[in-house]
Design a binder for this molecule. Sequence first.
Ligand SMILES: [Mg+2]
Length: 234
Amino acid sequence: MGKYETVLLDADMTLLDFRRSEREALSKVLAAHGLPHGGGVLSAYSEINDGLWKAMARGKTTQSALVVERFARLVKLLGSHEDPEVLNREYEQGLGREGYLLPGAMEFCQRLRDGGLELAIATNGLPAAQWGRYRGTGLDRVVPHLLVSVELGAQKPQKEFFDRALEALGAADRSTVVMVGDGLETDILGADRAGIDTVWYNPEGRPLAGPAVPTYTVSSYDEICALLLGGRLT
Ligand SMILES: [Mg+2]
């Protein structure tokens, strides 16, 4: 038997193509408000948004503040007077309708499930967006649990996020749990703090930076399957 029984899977850019969802949802909202929505604007938004999520991971802001702040900064950049709260609300609703799996993600989850592993998505995203895309992509038929930070009352990389996730799953023995994700400052750092082994999914070959030290680093779904299913009878 393999060492692990429960696999926590990050959602965005591990299973779901968040970049594409973001582009589609954002350009629709901006267009609906008569705002520019070309590639330059979308890149500027992405940069603002990524910076704020990283700031949140360092405890510098909160999720409820950042979701409005990102649009406040964008409308300022565009010289517009649109209400950032309205833009954010419409954007979040739109995100839930724009779910795209990364290539091979469904088959990857099916292989892990068929290998007898208990699967759960563990994500910091926004509930409406995460539940909408989980169901819309059909991931809900393969991965039986979706654990969203807002609903757990803690977020990656907080240890409490993982404590509550494992409690919800009834996984008492942490040595049998592994976190798989692309986020060093969230998935890897947080799981490590909670005493859970980690697989850093790094298909783009980014350099290891910051305080997080993954147990394993991989660049493909095949490698993750070999690692987690090795020795298992499938
Ligand atoms: Mg991610």
